[in-house]
Design a protein around this ligand. Structure first.
Ligand SMILES: *[C@@H]1O[C@H](CO)[C@@H](O)[C@H](O)[C@H]1NC(C)=O
Length: 226
């Protein structure tokens, strides 16, 4: 009887928490959007320099009737391809979109345009995008900002139409040099500060010693010490 009660309580508790803690499952979402990104398959782009042109709209090949009444916002995101998720649990794919780490980078957020207009956006790849293989996914969000539809530039298993982003190695080298210089500058300034401080203390001690002796000798030594 007690265990029965406990199980009922647990079930009730989890069903109450479920909608709060869990998110929408990607596997339940209809692929009602189509997204295109400008990079050719396998193309290598440079972070902080190259641009990606994105186009999205309703998926014309969708099997069935699309009800987009609830669509309020389209959010376009940059997502890791499986090859760049291997051995990296912090990029893992989870069906629950709140826990999913596939699409970590927001590209753009736009109000959904009702009259099936194709939207475009030109994105300069941000400097802090890590070197990896990517694809692009768009989510349609409803008024409570929950995912209600999606589309992506790759297939279901994310094996086609992938492109690479690389961190600019010259920029990275420059950043490292600047960091090294700043560290060296810090060390040097700390040393200079220590030397000056030691000198100041020594001088203060000398002055103190002189002050404790007669007033006439204080005047003569303090002028020689400075
Ligand atoms: C938005 O979508 C979520 C998930 O499908 C749903 O639970 C919620 O009721 C929707 N909100 C509105 C205002 O329709």
């Amino acid at each position: 009887m007690a265990t029965h009660l406990l199980i009922t309580a647990l079930l009730l508790f989890s069903s109450l928490l479920g909608p709060v803690l869990g998110g929408v499952l990607l596997s339940t979402l209809p692929q009602t959007l189509s997204v295109q990104a400008s990079p050719r398959p396998g193309e290598i782009l440079k972070a902080g320099e190259d641009k990606i042109t994105l186009r999205w709209g309703l998926n014309q090949n969708f099997q069935g009737i699309i009800t987009d009444d609830a669509y309020k916002i389209v959010k376009v995101k940059l997502c890791f391809a499986p090859i760049s998720q291997q051995d990296r649990p912090w990029r893992r794919t989870v069906d629950d979109l709140i826990k999913d780490k596939t699409c970590q980078f927001d590209i753009v957020c736009r109000p959904y345009s009702k009259n099936n207009k194709e939207e475009t956006f030109k994105w300069i790849i941000e400097k802090d995008i890590p070197t990896a293989t990517y694809f692009v996914r768009a989510y349609a969000l409803n008024s409570t900002e929950k995912e209600v539809g999606f589309g992506q530039t790759s297939n279901e298993h994310k094996t086609i139409n992938l492109f690479e982003i690389q961190v600019n190695s010259v920029r990275l080298a420059l950043a490292n040099i600047v960091a090294a210089c700043m560290t060296a500058f810090c060390v040097v300034s700390v040393c200079v500060f220590c030397i000056l401080e030691k000198r100041r203390l020594r001088r203060a001690r000398l002055l103190q010693r002189n002050e404790s002796s007669s007033s006439t000798t204080t005047a003569s030594t303090s002028t020689t010490s400075t």
